[in-house]
Design a protein around this ligand. Sequence first.
Ligand code: CUA
Length: 336
Amino acid sequence: MLGARLRARFLTLAPVAFVVAGCGSKQDALEPRSGAAHGISSLWWNMLIGSALAFGVVAAILIGAWFRRHREGVPGVRDGDRAAFVVVVALGVVVPILVISALFFYGDIFLVRQTAVPTENAAAADKPRLTIRVIAHQFWWEVRYPGTAAVTANEIHFPVATPVQVLLSSDDVIHSFWFPQLNKKQDVLPDQTNRLLLYADRVGRYRGQCAEFCGLQHAHMSMYAFAEPDADFRAWLAAQSKPASGTGSGGTSLFVSKCGSCHTIRGTEASGDVGPDLTHVGSRTSLAAATIPNTRERMRAWIDDPQAVKPGNQMPKVDLTSAQLAELVRYLEARK
Ligand code: CUA
């Protein structure tokens, strides 16, 4: 009896354990860190439990019928067998309609609430206190802080426990902005601005991912969001708003001539807008849309042959001697 119960429990939980293990800890919709993400997580669990119960009842009846058929031969429904008729109608028609309708209306009402635009009808506590503009590109995220000169890429910093409005648009095709622990997915379109509320109830680094197929490197179009104490965020924003310092070195002219038509370093003549703004690239934790850590070796490999690291991305291989490559890496590392 106990064995059967344990076995049943394992069979119910095995698919859940598989899903949870597959998601990892940094990008996990079942480990919500905001009210909106909690709502989505509850919706998922309630749908799973409701569907599992309905499936369980159907499976139990099927198994029961199979055993009965083997014990008693093929049973025909005899005329006037009222009990059989009631069971078929109740469990085959009434219960499925009730369960599926309940789940449908629950999901529908939730979705309507969840898709409300953040600034309208928001309670005072939910009114955004900061606006961030995110522009999607194949295959990276440009991040701007309106009212400041700060421009960064693939790493969003924002104050913890503070509602933040994110204005989303695309420079090319349709992308989708998604931090599973913080909120729903939001389509990012080339011809309109969509809004999403970003909120994290605790300090931490959250992983996000483009959730709309947008080309060869779609799966590696990732990003990080750093929820920080307000003072840390203000200090970070002030530093990012400044132009690069110490740009008088030889590295500057090398960067301007080799990389400056695609990338910007504020305070130098490099002012390209094809790839990320690299004014403070040395302060980032990752490179190449959060796919590699920002270390000397990985940066060198990335610049040396971008197509080997991320095939199909838009960064060309630039002709560099090994001395030039080393100088560029040193120069970029110093852009804190
Ligand atoms: Cu951008 Cu998928």
